[in-house]
Design a protein around this ligand. Structure first.
Ligand code: SF4
Length: 360
């Protein structure tokens, strides 16, 4: 299987200490669910998101109280902060002044020209990029009238409308999203957008649902888009704790070999040959490696019949045997470990590999 080649032609756009687009990795984003003016709760949630692997965080900025909280939030977190603003240019100005690293606002919805100019001028001065967020559910009336219903063409047309407003003001630090809850529509819209302009694309399947259904839907949609080499940032939207969004996003990126800072678990589905309590071992190891920031592949297999062979790609693994496990490296058995010591031994080996990786 060939590697996924990422579009190298997207324009690199700086967001805080990160660069989105260009040849850079796909970056994981999430959004807080707390009231932004509640600084304590918001910072606490962002910290949990950071720990889970979130690289950029967005907060809703619906009113002045939220905009006023931005400087304090910014001071206490380590990842770039994005303010999500609808219509109100004063909130955009306040957020930029407060130190946000990016704003999400659609310039065509701001209103009078002077207001748009004020926001663009402030963003330029502070080096703050703007994300244009097109949503199939809130397309401009005239676009809906033209196409009859939300279409990929209509979504790209809407994006271009907002892009042109910024370009006319000589503003190019633009990121675009074209979200839809209909997976096929989202795929088509992102494909068209990637052919139409070179601004980095923020991917999302919006309102995708609860933890289980939303995970499947996001994986299907985002996976299809990523597999075409499209996408610079990614957000999974779930009706769940946003930490789950980050975990799912990481898993999706890992399945495409697009996360260099995460370990992967390979575990067998189990069958009648099973010799060990595989499911609990796999869950324990999965939890453990979620904190490992190195691209190590760990395999946990129920038996030695197909085990090591099935996981030849793994750096380290365990294959169950009666009352014990065979520890293997790159498909070769290295030693036996009693069942009760398996998890502990595997964790030690993982730590060793991570250390070696970082020492390189
Ligand atoms: Fe069955 Fe062994 Fe394959 Fe697991 S590794 S599915 S137990 S044959």
């Amino acid at each position: 299987m060939g590697e996924i080649i990422h579009r190298s032609k997207t324009r690199p756009v700086r967001v805080g200490n990160l660069t989105i687009g260009g040849n850079n990795e796909v970056i994981i984003q999430s959004m807080t669910t707390t009231k932004t003016h509640d600084v304590e709760a918001t910072v606490a949630q962002i910290k949990r998101l950071e720990e889970a692997g979130c690289q950029i965080v967005r907060v809703a900025c619906p009113d002045e109280r939220a905009a006023n909280a931005i400087p304090e939030i910014k001071k206490r977190i380590n990842i770039p902060l994005v303010a999500d603003i609808h219509f109100d240019y004063k909130l955009a100005l306040k957020a930029i002044e407060g130190g946000v690293d990016k704003i999400r606002i659609n310039p065509g919805n701001i209103g009078r020209r002077e207001k748009v100019e004020a926001v663009v001028k402030a963003a330029k001065e502070r080096g703050v990029p703007i994300r244009i967020g097109v949503n199939a559910g809130s397309l401009e009336k005239r676009i809906l009238e033209k196409y009859g219903y939300p279409t990929a063409d209509g979504m790209v047309e809407s994006a271009l409308y907002h892009i042109r407003i910024l370009e006319e003001l000589d503003f190019h630090d633009i990121i675009v999203s074209l979200k839809a809850s209909d997976v096929r529509l989202a795929i088509e819209a992102y494909e068209k957008a990637a052919r139409t302009f070179d601004y980095p694309l923020h991917l999302g399947i919006t309102e995708s649902g609860t933890l289980f259904a939303g995970t499947v839907k996001s994986a299907a949609g985002l996976g299809a888009i990523l597999s075409k080499g499209i996408g610079n940032t990614i957000r999974v939207s779930l009706s769940a704790d946003p930490v789950e969004e980050v975990k799912v996003a990481r898993e999706i990126l890992k399945s495409f070999g697009l996360a260099s800072n995460a370990a992967t678990l390979i575990s067998c589905p189990t069958c009648g040959r099973i010799e060990i309590d595989l499911i609990s071992i796999a869950n324990e190891i999965e939890e453990y490696i979620s904190k490992i920031k190195a691209p190590i592949k760990v395999a946990v297999l129920g038996c030695a019949v197909n085990g090591p062979g099935e996981a030849r790609e793994a750096d380290i693994g365990i294959a169950g045997a009666r009352g014990e496990g065979l520890l293997f490296r790159h498909g070769k058995i290295v030693r036996k470990v009693p069942e009760e010591k398996m998890v502990e031994e595997l964790k030690k080996e993982v730590d060793k590999l991570a250390e070696e990786y970082f020492a390189k």
